[in-house]
Design a protein. Structure first.
Ligand code: FMN
Length: 221
């Protein structure tokens, strides 16, 4: 196989670690949060033990294996109050609520720094939905939502962030959006993606490829 366009032909800008350290802080955050490419975006639902609900958009979700089914997310340093982090320490559970276009603006608004006694549900008009026996609130308007139990909060001392690890205990999605192969039809639920802290995308399917084997050319299915 040959003939792929080489990027050496293009005028590429190179950033070194010193360039990045010397950037304006806001520009550095934009660059840093663009580096993983497009990311998931969802609303994280929590409550404290007194029942004060909280919602915040998080884009750092990652798959951590399927048996048991674990997901992770990264929480910023808690030099200021981090309601999501303190709530999930209290109730040991949280929800992931994927976005679709009709709730994007409300979801983005949840990133505003509201005081602890203000629920982002009330502030944005989103609706809290409680599943029987599960302590954290779901977003009723979300078409694809997940409930997790806290497994671990792992400090990342290099920059004072934390990897929060959770075990999936509930998944809720319309039956018509569950694929025959077991996956979820992300296009069907109109799931959004994001980059940086201000840019959101809709998904467009490109291709499915068969399981890759050394002795076989890539096969589209
Ligand atoms: C698109 C987007 C993605 C974000 N992703 C994260 C993230 O992955 N981790 C994080 O700690 N904060 C993230 N934030 C920032 C939080 O949403 C924001 O700090 C929020 O106020 C936290 O609320 P809380 O104190 O109620 O938890 C993101 C914000 C936006 C707009």
């Amino acid at each position: 196989m040959a003939g792929y366009p080489l990027c050496e032909y293009f005028d590429m800008k190179t950033f070194t670690d010193q360039d990045i350290a010397g950037m304006d802080p806001l520009a550095r955050v934009q660059l840093a949060t663009s580096l993983p490419g497009s990311k998931p975006i969802s609303l994280i639902g929590t409550t404290d033990v007194a029942g004060q609900c909280n919602l915040a958009p998080f884009s750092s979700l990652l798959h951590l294996g399927s048996s048991p089914c674990l997901l992770g997310m990264v929480s910023r340093p808690d030099h200021v109050d981090r309601h999501t982090l303190s709530n999930l320490r209290e109730i040991q559970a949280w929800t992931i609520n994927h976005l679709h276009p009709a709730i994007l603006d409300a979801a983005h608004q949840c990133s505003a720094r509201y005081p602890k006694n203000v629920s982002e549900f009330a502030a944005t008009g989103l609706t809290a939905h409680f599943h029987p026996g599960f302590p954290a609130p779901f977003v009723a308007e979300s078409r694809f939502r997940i409930g997790l139990e806290l497994v671990d909060i792992m400090p990342i001392p290099a920059n004072d962030t934390r990897l929060i690890v959770g075990r999936v205990v509930l998944v809720q999605v319309a039956a018509e959006n569950v694929l025959e192969n077991g996956g979820i039809d992300l296009i069907g639920v109109d799931c959004l993606a994001s980059t940086a802290l201000d840019t959101y995308f809709q998904l467009q399917p490109l291709a499915r490829l068969a399981y890759a084997k050394p002795d076989r050319a890539p096969q589209r299915i």
